[in-house]
Design a protein around this ligand. Structure first.
Ligand code: PLP
Length: 349
Protein backbone atom coordinates (compact mmCIF):
# COMPACT_ATOMS: atom_id res chain seq x y z
CA UNK A 1 0.00 0.00 0.00
CA UNK A 2 2.65 2.65 0.84
CA UNK A 3 4.37 2.48 -2.55
CA UNK A 4 1.00 2.55 -4.34
CA UNK A 5 -0.11 5.65 -2.42
CA UNK A 6 3.29 7.33 -2.87
CA UNK A 7 3.10 6.88 -6.64
CA UNK A 8 -0.46 8.21 -6.70
CA UNK A 9 0.46 11.27 -4.62
CA UNK A 10 3.43 12.08 -6.85
CA UNK A 11 1.46 11.46 -10.03
CA UNK A 12 -1.47 13.61 -8.93
CA UNK A 13 0.92 16.44 -8.11
CA UNK A 14 2.27 16.25 -11.65
CA UNK A 15 -1.21 16.21 -13.16
CA UNK A 16 -2.52 19.06 -10.97
CA UNK A 17 0.78 20.86 -11.74
CA UNK A 18 1.43 21.48 -8.09
CA UNK A 19 4.65 20.97 -6.18
CA UNK A 20 3.26 22.17 -2.88
CA UNK A 21 -0.30 20.86 -3.00
CA UNK A 22 -1.37 17.87 -0.92
CA UNK A 23 -3.36 15.28 -2.90
CA UNK A 24 -6.39 13.91 -1.05
CA UNK A 25 -8.58 10.98 -1.96
CA UNK A 26 -11.99 10.28 -0.41
CA UNK A 27 -14.46 7.58 -1.37
CA UNK A 28 -17.12 9.74 -2.99
CA UNK A 29 -17.60 11.80 -6.11
CA UNK A 30 -17.24 15.34 -7.38
CA UNK A 31 -20.13 16.40 -5.15
CA UNK A 32 -18.34 15.05 -2.09
CA UNK A 33 -15.21 16.90 -3.18
CA UNK A 34 -17.26 20.14 -3.27
CA UNK A 35 -18.31 19.52 0.30
CA UNK A 36 -14.72 18.80 1.37
CA UNK A 37 -13.49 22.01 -0.28
CA UNK A 38 -16.06 24.05 1.64
CA UNK A 39 -16.12 22.50 5.11
CA UNK A 40 -12.35 22.48 5.42
CA UNK A 41 -11.70 26.06 4.38
CA UNK A 42 -14.69 28.20 5.38
CA UNK A 43 -16.34 29.17 8.65
CA UNK A 44 -20.12 29.25 9.02
CA UNK A 45 -21.54 32.47 7.63
CA UNK A 46 -18.46 33.46 5.65
CA UNK A 47 -19.19 34.89 2.22
CA UNK A 48 -18.20 33.32 -1.03
CA UNK A 49 -18.48 34.63 -4.58
CA UNK A 50 -19.74 32.32 -7.29
CA UNK A 51 -20.79 32.71 -10.92
CA UNK A 52 -23.83 30.85 -12.17
CA UNK A 53 -22.94 30.01 -15.76
CA UNK A 54 -24.32 26.49 -15.73
CA UNK A 55 -25.84 23.64 -13.79
CA UNK A 56 -22.72 22.61 -11.88
CA UNK A 57 -21.80 26.18 -10.95
CA UNK A 58 -25.31 26.51 -9.54
CA UNK A 59 -24.98 23.30 -7.54
CA UNK A 60 -21.55 24.15 -6.14
CA UNK A 61 -22.99 27.45 -4.89
CA UNK A 62 -25.99 25.59 -3.48
CA UNK A 63 -23.67 23.23 -1.60
CA UNK A 64 -21.90 26.24 -0.04
CA UNK A 65 -25.24 27.79 0.91
CA UNK A 66 -26.59 24.58 2.44
CA UNK A 67 -23.37 24.15 4.39
CA UNK A 68 -23.99 27.52 6.03
CA UNK A 69 -22.00 29.97 3.92
CA UNK A 70 -23.27 33.28 2.56
CA UNK A 71 -23.20 33.00 -1.21
CA UNK A 72 -23.14 35.94 -3.61
CA UNK A 73 -24.10 34.32 -6.87
CA UNK A 74 -23.59 36.33 -10.06
CA UNK A 75 -26.00 35.17 -12.76
CA UNK A 76 -24.42 34.71 -16.17
CA UNK A 77 -25.78 33.34 -19.40
CA UNK A 78 -25.54 29.55 -19.37
CA UNK A 79 -23.01 29.08 -22.16
CA UNK A 80 -20.67 31.92 -21.20
CA UNK A 81 -17.35 31.63 -19.41
CA UNK A 82 -16.54 33.63 -16.29
CA UNK A 83 -14.56 36.67 -17.44
CA UNK A 84 -12.02 38.91 -15.76
CA UNK A 85 -14.52 41.74 -15.64
CA UNK A 86 -17.10 39.46 -13.95
CA UNK A 87 -14.55 38.89 -11.22
CA UNK A 88 -13.38 42.50 -10.90
CA UNK A 89 -16.91 43.89 -10.86
CA UNK A 90 -18.16 41.56 -8.14
CA UNK A 91 -15.32 40.61 -5.81
CA UNK A 92 -15.37 42.48 -2.52
CA UNK A 93 -13.42 42.59 0.74
CA UNK A 94 -15.93 40.30 2.50
CA UNK A 95 -15.45 37.42 0.11
CA UNK A 96 -13.45 34.70 1.77
CA UNK A 97 -13.50 32.46 -1.31
CA UNK A 98 -14.23 32.46 -5.02
CA UNK A 99 -15.80 29.33 -6.51
CA UNK A 100 -15.00 28.58 -10.16
CA UNK A 101 -15.91 25.68 -12.42
CA UNK A 102 -12.97 25.29 -14.78
CA UNK A 103 -15.02 23.42 -17.36
CA UNK A 104 -18.83 23.68 -17.08
CA UNK A 105 -19.98 20.21 -18.07
CA UNK A 106 -23.58 21.30 -18.59
CA UNK A 107 -22.70 23.92 -21.22
CA UNK A 108 -19.36 22.81 -22.68
CA UNK A 109 -17.58 26.03 -21.76
CA UNK A 110 -14.13 26.47 -20.24
CA UNK A 111 -13.27 29.40 -18.01
CA UNK A 112 -9.71 30.75 -18.18
CA UNK A 113 -8.66 30.18 -14.57
CA UNK A 114 -5.35 32.00 -15.12
CA UNK A 115 -7.31 35.09 -16.16
CA UNK A 116 -9.55 34.74 -13.10
CA UNK A 117 -6.42 34.69 -10.93
CA UNK A 118 -5.07 37.83 -12.60
CA UNK A 119 -8.43 39.57 -12.11
CA UNK A 120 -8.50 38.62 -8.42
CA UNK A 121 -4.97 39.97 -8.00
CA UNK A 122 -5.96 43.27 -9.62
CA UNK A 123 -8.72 43.80 -7.06
CA UNK A 124 -6.19 43.70 -4.23
CA UNK A 125 -8.45 41.31 -2.28
CA UNK A 126 -7.14 37.94 -1.26
CA UNK A 127 -9.88 35.29 -1.24
CA UNK A 128 -9.24 31.57 -1.46
CA UNK A 129 -9.64 30.29 -5.00
CA UNK A 130 -11.57 27.00 -5.08
CA UNK A 131 -11.72 25.41 -8.52
CA UNK A 132 -13.82 22.48 -9.71
CA UNK A 133 -11.75 20.69 -12.36
CA UNK A 134 -14.13 17.71 -12.63
CA UNK A 135 -14.36 17.69 -16.42
CA UNK A 136 -11.03 19.43 -17.02
CA UNK A 137 -8.28 17.61 -15.14
CA UNK A 138 -6.42 15.23 -17.43
CA UNK A 139 -8.13 16.71 -20.50
CA UNK A 140 -7.58 20.48 -20.44
CA UNK A 141 -4.47 22.23 -19.15
CA UNK A 142 -4.77 23.13 -15.48
CA UNK A 143 -1.98 24.79 -13.47
CA UNK A 144 -2.60 24.77 -9.77
CA UNK A 145 0.60 26.47 -8.58
CA UNK A 146 0.97 28.94 -11.45
CA UNK A 147 -2.61 30.15 -11.00
CA UNK A 148 -2.33 30.00 -7.20
CA UNK A 149 -5.41 27.84 -6.86
CA UNK A 150 -6.01 26.96 -3.22
CA UNK A 151 -8.19 23.88 -3.73
CA UNK A 152 -8.73 21.94 -6.95
CA UNK A 153 -11.16 19.07 -6.97
CA UNK A 154 -12.42 16.32 -9.24
CA UNK A 155 -13.95 12.86 -9.37
CA UNK A 156 -12.38 9.70 -10.73
CA UNK A 157 -14.83 9.20 -13.58
CA UNK A 158 -13.89 11.81 -16.17
CA UNK A 159 -10.38 12.73 -17.37
CA UNK A 160 -8.91 10.24 -14.91
CA UNK A 161 -10.71 7.58 -16.97
CA UNK A 162 -11.88 5.45 -14.02
CA UNK A 163 -15.21 4.23 -12.77
CA UNK A 164 -17.00 6.63 -10.42
CA UNK A 165 -16.37 6.33 -6.70
CA UNK A 166 -13.46 8.59 -5.83
CA UNK A 167 -13.28 12.27 -4.89
CA UNK A 168 -9.81 13.62 -5.65
CA UNK A 169 -8.52 16.96 -4.40
CA UNK A 170 -5.28 18.87 -4.36
CA UNK A 171 -4.99 21.26 -1.43
CA UNK A 172 -2.62 24.22 -1.44
CA UNK A 173 -0.79 25.67 1.58
CA UNK A 174 -3.31 28.43 2.35
CA UNK A 175 -6.20 25.98 2.32
CA UNK A 176 -4.21 23.60 4.54
CA UNK A 177 -3.75 26.45 7.02
CA UNK A 178 -7.43 27.39 6.84
CA UNK A 179 -8.41 23.83 7.75
CA UNK A 180 -6.36 24.01 10.95
CA UNK A 181 -8.36 26.85 12.45
CA UNK A 182 -11.72 26.56 10.78
CA UNK A 183 -14.77 25.82 12.97
CA UNK A 184 -17.15 24.20 10.49
CA UNK A 185 -18.15 20.76 11.80
CA UNK A 186 -16.78 17.98 9.63
CA UNK A 187 -15.94 14.36 10.11
CA UNK A 188 -15.82 12.19 7.01
CA UNK A 189 -14.68 15.07 4.81
CA UNK A 190 -12.07 16.38 7.24
CA UNK A 191 -9.00 16.21 5.02
CA UNK A 192 -6.44 16.54 7.85
CA UNK A 193 -6.37 12.85 8.92
CA UNK A 194 -6.47 11.78 5.25
CA UNK A 195 -3.45 13.89 4.36
CA UNK A 196 -1.57 12.68 7.45
CA UNK A 197 -2.21 9.04 6.63
CA UNK A 198 -1.64 9.38 2.89
CA UNK A 199 1.77 10.87 3.61
CA UNK A 200 2.57 7.54 5.30
CA UNK A 201 0.96 5.54 2.50
CA UNK A 202 -2.34 4.72 4.21
CA UNK A 203 -5.89 5.98 4.73
CA UNK A 204 -7.94 6.57 7.88
CA UNK A 205 -10.89 4.72 6.32
CA UNK A 206 -11.26 1.60 4.18
CA UNK A 207 -9.96 2.84 0.83
CA UNK A 208 -11.54 1.90 -2.51
CA UNK A 209 -8.52 -0.26 -3.37
CA UNK A 210 -9.63 -1.16 -6.88
CA UNK A 211 -9.88 2.53 -7.69
CA UNK A 212 -6.40 3.09 -6.30
CA UNK A 213 -4.92 0.48 -8.63
CA UNK A 214 -6.90 2.02 -11.47
CA UNK A 215 -5.78 5.50 -10.55
CA UNK A 216 -2.13 4.45 -10.59
CA UNK A 217 -2.64 3.04 -14.07
CA UNK A 218 -4.54 6.11 -15.27
CA UNK A 219 -1.75 8.37 -14.03
CA UNK A 220 0.83 6.19 -15.78
CA UNK A 221 -1.18 6.37 -19.02
CA UNK A 222 -1.44 10.18 -18.86
CA UNK A 223 2.24 10.66 -18.06
CA UNK A 224 3.37 8.13 -20.64
CA UNK A 225 1.46 9.97 -23.37
CA UNK A 226 2.67 13.28 -21.92
CA UNK A 227 0.26 15.89 -20.58
CA UNK A 228 0.83 18.26 -23.50
CA UNK A 229 0.06 15.47 -25.96
CA UNK A 230 -3.05 14.55 -23.97
CA UNK A 231 -4.28 18.16 -24.12
CA UNK A 232 -3.46 18.41 -27.83
CA UNK A 233 -5.36 15.19 -28.53
CA UNK A 234 -8.40 16.52 -26.67
CA UNK A 235 -8.17 19.81 -28.58
CA UNK A 236 -8.00 17.95 -31.90
CA UNK A 237 -10.93 15.64 -31.16
CA UNK A 238 -12.98 18.56 -29.83
CA UNK A 239 -12.33 20.60 -32.96
CA UNK A 240 -13.35 17.63 -35.13
CA UNK A 241 -16.61 17.48 -33.15
CA UNK A 242 -17.20 21.21 -33.58
CA UNK A 243 -16.64 20.89 -37.34
CA UNK A 244 -19.34 18.20 -37.40
CA UNK A 245 -21.80 20.35 -35.45
CA UNK A 246 -21.25 23.21 -37.88
CA UNK A 247 -21.76 20.89 -40.85
CA UNK A 248 -25.05 19.71 -39.38
CA UNK A 249 -26.17 23.34 -39.37
CA UNK A 250 -26.55 23.30 -35.60
CA UNK A 251 -25.22 25.71 -33.00
CA UNK A 252 -23.06 25.10 -30.00
CA UNK A 253 -24.21 26.51 -26.69
CA UNK A 254 -20.79 28.07 -26.08
CA UNK A 255 -21.24 31.82 -26.64
CA UNK A 256 -17.58 32.32 -27.53
CA UNK A 257 -16.12 29.57 -29.66
CA UNK A 258 -12.68 30.30 -28.22
CA UNK A 259 -14.04 29.17 -24.85
CA UNK A 260 -15.74 26.03 -26.21
CA UNK A 261 -14.69 23.03 -24.16
CA UNK A 262 -12.19 20.44 -25.33
CA UNK A 263 -13.78 17.75 -23.18
CA UNK A 264 -17.38 17.94 -24.36
CA UNK A 265 -19.59 19.80 -26.82
CA UNK A 266 -23.08 21.02 -25.98
CA UNK A 267 -25.27 21.21 -29.08
CA UNK A 268 -28.46 23.28 -29.29
CA UNK A 269 -31.48 21.89 -31.12
CA UNK A 270 -34.52 24.07 -31.72
CA UNK A 271 -36.74 21.97 -33.97
CA UNK A 272 -36.88 18.84 -31.80
CA UNK A 273 -36.59 17.76 -28.16
CA UNK A 274 -32.92 17.14 -27.35
CA UNK A 275 -33.99 14.45 -24.88
CA UNK A 276 -35.41 12.50 -27.81
CA UNK A 277 -32.00 12.52 -29.51
CA UNK A 278 -30.34 11.18 -26.38
CA UNK A 279 -33.01 8.54 -25.91
CA UNK A 280 -32.97 7.25 -29.46
CA UNK A 281 -29.16 7.21 -29.46
CA UNK A 282 -29.22 5.03 -26.35
CA UNK A 283 -32.12 2.81 -27.39
CA UNK A 284 -31.22 2.15 -31.02
CA UNK A 285 -27.45 2.64 -31.14
CA UNK A 286 -26.26 2.00 -27.58
CA UNK A 287 -24.61 5.43 -27.79
CA UNK A 288 -24.42 7.51 -24.61
CA UNK A 289 -24.99 11.22 -25.25
CA UNK A 290 -25.64 13.65 -22.39
CA UNK A 291 -29.03 15.28 -21.81
CA UNK A 292 -29.57 19.01 -21.29
CA UNK A 293 -29.35 19.73 -17.57
CA UNK A 294 -31.49 22.14 -15.55
CA UNK A 295 -32.77 25.03 -17.70
CA UNK A 296 -31.15 23.36 -20.76
CA UNK A 297 -33.42 20.30 -20.61
CA UNK A 298 -34.97 19.59 -24.00
CA UNK A 299 -32.84 22.22 -25.78
CA UNK A 300 -29.32 20.83 -25.57
CA UNK A 301 -27.60 17.49 -25.89
CA UNK A 302 -23.95 16.86 -25.13
CA UNK A 303 -21.25 14.87 -26.88
CA UNK A 304 -18.45 13.81 -24.55
CA UNK A 305 -14.93 13.58 -25.98
CA UNK A 306 -12.64 13.17 -23.02
CA UNK A 307 -10.44 10.49 -21.59
CA UNK A 308 -9.00 7.53 -23.42
CA UNK A 309 -10.37 8.32 -26.85
CA UNK A 310 -9.06 8.36 -30.40
CA UNK A 311 -10.10 9.62 -33.84
CA UNK A 312 -11.98 6.48 -34.77
CA UNK A 313 -14.05 6.52 -31.60
CA UNK A 314 -14.99 10.16 -32.13
CA UNK A 315 -15.91 9.54 -35.78
CA UNK A 316 -18.09 6.61 -34.74
CA UNK A 317 -19.73 8.81 -32.11
CA UNK A 318 -20.39 11.52 -34.69
CA UNK A 319 -21.84 8.97 -37.12
CA UNK A 320 -24.12 7.70 -34.36
CA UNK A 321 -25.09 11.23 -33.39
CA UNK A 322 -26.13 12.20 -36.89
CA UNK A 323 -28.14 9.03 -37.23
CA UNK A 324 -29.81 9.70 -33.88
CA UNK A 325 -30.57 13.27 -34.94
CA UNK A 326 -32.22 11.93 -38.08
CA UNK A 327 -34.16 9.27 -36.11
CA UNK A 328 -35.36 12.01 -33.77
CA UNK A 329 -36.64 14.06 -36.71
CA UNK A 330 -33.92 16.68 -37.13
CA UNK A 331 -33.63 17.43 -40.84
CA UNK A 332 -29.92 16.90 -41.49
CA UNK A 333 -28.04 15.43 -44.37
CA UNK A 334 -26.46 12.16 -43.29
CA UNK A 335 -22.69 11.94 -43.44
CA UNK A 336 -21.91 15.65 -43.53
CA UNK A 337 -20.76 15.79 -39.91
CA UNK A 338 -18.48 12.78 -40.22
CA UNK A 339 -17.07 14.14 -43.49
CA UNK A 340 -16.34 17.55 -41.97
CA UNK A 341 -14.66 15.94 -38.98
CA UNK A 342 -12.62 13.67 -41.24
CA UNK A 343 -11.53 16.60 -43.40
CA UNK A 344 -10.32 18.41 -40.31
CA UNK A 345 -8.52 15.34 -38.92
CA UNK A 346 -6.92 14.60 -42.27
CA UNK A 347 -5.47 18.10 -42.32
CA UNK A 348 -3.93 17.67 -38.85
CA UNK A 349 -0.25 16.76 -38.61
N1 PLP B 1 -18.73 19.41 -11.18
C1 PLP B 1 -18.77 19.19 -12.52
C2 PLP B 1 -18.15 20.19 -13.43
C3 PLP B 1 -19.39 18.05 -13.01
O1 PLP B 1 -19.42 17.84 -14.33
C4 PLP B 1 -19.98 17.12 -12.12
C5 PLP B 1 -20.64 15.92 -12.62
O2 PLP B 1 -20.72 15.66 -13.79
C6 PLP B 1 -19.91 17.40 -10.74
C7 PLP B 1 -19.27 18.54 -10.32
C8 PLP B 1 -20.51 16.49 -9.76
O3 PLP B 1 -19.74 15.36 -9.69
P1 PLP B 1 -20.32 13.95 -9.27
O4 PLP B 1 -21.43 13.63 -10.21
O5 PLP B 1 -19.11 13.06 -9.45
O6 PLP B 1 -20.76 14.05 -7.86
Amino acid sequence: MPSLVAEIRAGLRTIFKSERGEPVLFPGSGTGAWEASIVNTLNPGERVLSFENGHFARLYAEAARKLGMGVDEVKLRWGDAVTESDVEANLGPDHRAVLIIHNETSTGVTTDVGAVRRAIDRTGFDPLLLVDVVSALGSIDFRMDEWRVDVALTGTQKGLMLPPGGAVLCVGPRALDAAETNRTPRYFYDWRPVIRDMQQGFFPYTPPTLLLFGLREAIRMLLEEGLDNVFARHARLAQATREAVRAWGLKMLAGDVARASNSLTAVVVDAIDSGAVVKVAADRLNLALGVGLGQLRGRVFRIGHLGSLNELEVLATLAGTELALRYAGQPIELGVGVAAAERFLAACE
